[in-house]
Structure formats: C-alpha cells, structure tokens
Design a protein around this ligand. Structure first.
Ligand code: ADP
Length: 644
C-alpha cells in the first residue's frame, strides 16, 4: 500500500501526456509523410521532366559542380531535391543537378564499384530523371537506356499502386489516432515530402489565456497579409520568433493560428527527428522545407523543439552531433538567405532558450522571443471555459472553481481534463458534463483511474483512512497551510489514498507556508503512529521524499534553515563539513514539522478518529464536509509560527 498527500498542481500529467501526444504526433506525421512522398512522386516525376529538361537546367548551373558525398546525395534524392542523375559506370561517378536554396546546381558524386545497379534502383525510386553513360570500347557514349526506361515505368506503376494502398492505410491510421491533420485541412493543400503543409483553420480565438503572446503576434499576421506595406516603408522585416515555454502550453497552436489568421500555408518540422538520423538528412529536409515555403510566397515555417538541433555548438559532445550541426548550419543558411520578396517567417518552439547557439539569436534570425508560460489561474479559467463551452455542461459547473484546483496544469493538460470528463459523461450515459465527471477526470488525469476492483484488506483501508485523515486535518488546522479540497481512500494508480490541496499559484512561498507544508506532509505518518504505535508502515515514503526535497531547498536555496541566508551548491551537499551542516539543518526542519503535526493530532485524536471512520464509510469527503466534521480549530499551538 502506498498513500500520498497530493497537491493538485504538483502532480502533472504533462510528462506522460506529452509523450503520448508526441507519439501520436509522430505517428500522424509518419502516416502523412508516406502519403506525401508517394502521392507527390507520381505527379512530379512527369512534371519535372516536362518543366525542366537537363538542358534547360544546365543554363542555370554554376560553372563548377559541387562534390556531394554519396550519403548526402541519397538524402537529397529521398527528399526530392535531386533533379537529374547521370551514371558513369566507367568511372563509378554520378553527376547531375539538384536544388538548393532556390537554385539549381550541378553536382558530382562518387560511388563504390559495383554499386551502380543499387544506386539506379534507389534514384528511380526517388523519382530522379535518370540517364547513363555506358563504357564502350570506343569510349563513353551517352545512351538512353531502354532497360532503365522500362524499369522506370514499372517503378512508377508500382508506386501508383503503393500510393493508393498507403493512402488508404494512412487514412485508416489517421482515423485511429485522431486524424486531426486530415480532418483539419480541407482548406489546405498537401504537396512535398512529408512535412505538414496546409493553411490551418486555427484562429487566435482557439487560443486562450495567452493574450500577450497573441498581441505580439498580431503585427506578424498583418505583415504576412500586407508585406508590401512594410517593405515599401523600409521597415525591418521579422524573420524569426522564438516561442519560449514548457510543453503543452500552446506554442504549436499559436503558430498554426498565426498561419490561419494570415491565410498562409503552415510548414512544420520537429527538430528532434534529426538527432538520430543519418548525416545530411536533416540539412536536406530543412533545405527542402524552406524551398517549398519560399515557393509558396508567404508562409509560416514552424520548428518544434528547436533546442534539439539548436544547442550551443560548443556544448556538443555526444554522438549524433555531426548531424545536428549540419542541420543547424543549414537552418542558419536558410534564414540568412531569405529573399526580401518572400514573406517566410519562422516560428520555433523551445523551453531552453538559454542553451541555444548564439548564432541563432542574432539579429535577422530568432531575434524576438515570446513567452508562452503555463497558464496562471485566470488563464486556466479561460482555457477551461473555451473547452467546456464547446460541450454540453450541466448547470453549476464553474471553470473558475476548477481552475483553482489545477495549478501547474498546462493548456494541454486542461484540454485533456475536459475531454476525459466528456468521455466519462458519455460512458455514464449522460448528456452533459457535471462536476462529478470533472472531479473524477481530475483525479484520473493526475493519479490514474480508480482501481475499483482492487481488493484492499480491512486493516489496510483503516491505515489509509487514518493516514489521509491526518494530512487533511493538519492542513485544515494550520493557519498557513492550504485548506484541503477533498480526501479519498479510493486506490488509484500507485496510491492507496489521496488528500487534495489546491496548487500553489502565488509567486512567493513564505517561510510559514513552507514549514506548514512540511507539517502537513508529516501528518500521515503521525496519524499512523497514533493508530499503530511504533509499528507504522512504509506508506509515508512519498511524503518523506517530498518533504525532504522541500526542506533541502529551504536550507540550501531559500535561506530558511538554521544555517541562515546563503546558497549552497548541490555538489557541496554530498560530503564535508558543509554537507553535514545542511543535513543537520534539514533534519531539524523535518523533526520540528513532525512534532508540530503530532501536537495537533494528539490534542484532537477524537476528531482524527471521526474523520477516519467517516472515510471508511464514504471513501471520499469533500472540503466542506471536512470542515463540518473537524469542528473548531484546536487552540493555536503553532510552534512553526512562533505562537504559543
Ligand atoms: P506545445 O506546442 O506548447 O507543446 P501544443 O500547442 O501542441 O503545445 O498544445 C497541445 C494542445 O493543447 C493544443 O492542440 C490545444 O488543444 C491545447 N492547448 C494548449 N495550450 C492551449 C491554450 N493556451 N489555449 C487553448 N488550447 C491549448
């Protein structure tokens, strides 16, 4: 059994929610990319041949061809940037043209002897217009290989079949995973090689609680709508905006809303995809993405998790950095290479602007930062209001009340909370969401679903009830502790029971609030001591962990311990005299907190027992019931606040 004091805001579903979202997003992107690549391939293999013959292209070529490593050539081909290839089997070399930064250039690349056939296959599969130079006794002769032509036709036919199959499969997968991309883009268009390309239907009024960020981006929308106005006035054009904030706060949503408001296509790419990939792939994808954004004229390019590639180059030491660096360099090249006529604006998301390479933050690159923080209480009310408004909600449900209980939740957590409540309402056969579904959803999102079928031994239930009643009562009685919202002994996830407190929204944590939190955390163990004597259980382990963590911060960071003001580095707390003093100071805070909780609960053991008994009957008690049952606060004996 394990029990815990849970602060609504201290447990977030953010991490797991994010992972799930990322998985879903990755799968959706994968589904889209297979459709994009193959569907585009069919049209473009003909279009390219018609639009730009090798001769025409040759006019645009620079004098000396770029030497490309074979791996980069293949990566470029995979992303549709290689236009022509001519294989010379005598010298094991391939030459041709490729697109880069809006230009067409000539390249040359060597391949290993005997690799020609495989290379041919790969280039054909990537829809490159192919020819060959065969070695003859009289030297090299240009031939248009009928074998290749036949192979090409077969490949194209196979691709067409595969495209149909994959399109169906992708549509099914998209449906299974939510299908938001396909469903959300009727107004959009898809072209290209895997990244999402669409004019999103999203608007600023789909974003709640981020008024300042929206205000900062409104000018950008105007710029995208009327670039000439800015250009003719000679105003500096924005190139890159950094959206800074933790996961799930609405950075992607904002970027889509900017594109939606301005009516321009939205090109998105996740930087973390490149970290593990082959050298050259990231750079080629960045190049291709920007090429297509430029082709669109006005566009938003969104780069998620920029820090995955944008980390300061001096701090690179792990393997995979070569790829990261080449991708980052390409991004810098692209951002510098914007033609003034193209209104392509890059928005990038990160939670760590401090670790970004300085080159990224220079003027003309990501020189504007916009904060996208976790929502405060008002912001949460707005976000909850937005999502509740879209559903049938029973009278009496107040977003403001729910907001008070969700400190620390991100916008994505809140959206998930309302959705979970809606599902619970459907499951219960109700037509609207009531407070009880929202209550249940909150507990589910934070702790996991109730383990209704769990068989809990009578003695374990009793211990849990006493433990939780201890937390709840000390919280209720201590002046500087927050009042409990509810207390429950229904097992959920890894916990046997839970006492809910509102999360901390305040900017400051005072010494008295901090010491009161320690006493509340200790109260579960104290209650067990009163029930079981010296044979208490391990149920307080999580409470101790949280309390020790807070006490350590009070001593080493906040200057609230017996050592007085000052900051102690984490490495100084491991060994040595300073470490011993820190340890002693932390221990004394914890012992004082334990003594405080004990004083309170010993005085009113009758109330503790009454609440525990009621919990055994009802399993869950709300804050108002607790107040009625607990009665008057015991005479103030708050050694923590100095009152006698
Ligand atoms: P991020 O890019 O910051 O990780 P997202 O934009 O992907 O976060 O947010 C995921 C989802 O969470 C959004 O699609 C939206 O449903 C919801 N969401 C997050 N923040 C907000 C917000 N401020 N207003 C409305 N919905 C939000």
């Amino acid at each position: 059994m394990s029990t815990s004091t849970t602060t609504a805001g201290s447990r977030r579903s953010g991490a797991s929610g994010r992972t799930r979202r990322n998985v879903t997003r990755a799968l959706a992107a994968l589904a889209l990319s297979s459709v994009g690549v193959v569907a585009a391939s069919f049209a473009s293999s003909f279009a390219k041949a018609a639009a730009a013959s090798p001769e025409q292209v040759a006019l645009q070529q620079t004098a000396s061809p770029t030497t490309l490593p074979l791996s980069e050539l293949l990566a470029l081909a995979r992303h549709g940037d290689v236009r022509t290839a001519r294989l010379d089997t005598a010298s094991d070399a391939v030459t041709g043209t490729f697109r880069t930064g809006g230009h067409v250039r000539a390249y040359t690349s060597a391949y290993p002897a005997g690799y020609g056939a495989r290379l041919t296959e790969q280039l054909l599969a990537d829809r490159v217009t192919l020819s060959a130079v065969a070695a003859t006794s009289s030297g090299s002769t240009d031939v248009s290989l009928s074998v290749l032509a036949t192979a090409s036709l077969l490949v194209v036919l196979w691709l067409a079949v595969a495209a149909r199959r994959r399109r169906t499969g992708a549509a099914q997968r998209a449906g299974r995973f939510g299908g938001s991309q396909s469903a959300a883009s009727p107004a959009g268009f898809a072209k290209g090689h895997g990244e999402q390309v669409e004019v999103p239907p999203t608007r600023f009024n789909d974003v709640a609680g981020l008024e300042e960020a929206v205000e900062s981006l409104t000018e950008l929308v105007d710029y995208l709508k009327n670039p000439e106005k800015y250009q003719s006035a000679g105003a500096d054009l924005p190139r890159g905006f950094l959206l800074v904030g933790p996961p799930g706060t609405g950075k992607t949503l904002l970027a889509r809303a900017v594109a939606g408001e301005a009516g321009v296509p939205f090109f998105a790419i996740g930087a973390s995809e490149f970290v593990e990939s082959y050298v050259g792939v990231g750079a080629a994808r960045v190049r291709s993405l920007f090429d297509r954004a430029r082709e669109a004229g006005s566009a938003i390019v969104f780069i998620d998790e920029l820090d995955a590639i944008g980390r300061s180059r001096s701090s690179h030491s792990a393997p995979g950095n070569e790829e990261r660096e080449s991708t980052l360099n390409q991004l810098l090249v692209e951002m510098d290479g914007f033609a003034t006529s193209a209104s392509v604006v890059v928005l990038a998301a990160t939670n760590r602007p401090d670790i970004l390479d300085h080159a990224l933050l220079r003027p003309g690159r990501f020189d504007r930062q916009i904060a996208v923080p976790n929502p405060d209480r008002r912001g949460r009310t707005h976000i909850l209001g937005l999502y509740l408004h879209r559903r049938h909600v029973a009278p009496g449900v107040d977003p403001a009340v729910l907001s008070a209980r969700t400190a620390g939740f991100s916008g994505a957590d809140l959206a998930n909370l309302v959705n979970t409540a809606a599902l619970l309402a459907v499951r219960a056969g109700k037509e609207s969401i009531s407070s009880s579904e929202l209550e249940e959803a909150l507990a589910t999102v934070a702790l996991g679903p109730a383990r209704k079928s769990a068989v809990v031994a009578a003695q374990d239930r009793r211990i849990t009830a006493w433990h939780e009643a201890g937390h709840a009562l000390v919280g209720l009685w201590l002046e500087h502790a927050a009042d409990p919202i509810s207390v429950s002994i229904v097992p959920r996830g890894q916990t046997g029971g839970v006492t809910w407190f509102p999360g901390q929204d305040d900017m400051f944590l005072s010494r008295r609030q901090a010491t009161a939190q320690l006493a509340v955390a200790m109260a579960g163990r104290v209650a067990e001591e009163l029930l079981l004597g010296d044979d208490f259980t391990q149920g307080a382990a999580q409470d101790f962990r949280a309390a020790t963590d807070l006490a350590r911060r009070m001593v080493t960071e906040y200057g609230m311990g017996s050592m007085g003001p000052g900051f102690v580095l984490p490495e100084e707390t491991h060994i040595g005299v300073l470490a011993e003093r820190v340890h002693a100071s932390v221990q004394s805070l914890l012992e004082e907190a334990h003594a405080c909780a004990r004083d309170l609960l010993v005085q009113r053991r009758d109330v503790l027992e009454r609440i525990a008994d009621r919990l055994l009957e009802d399993e869950t008690l709300d804050g108002a019931t607790l107040v009625v049952l607990a009665g008057r606060r015991p005479p103030e004996h708050d050694r923590l606040t100095g009152a006698a």
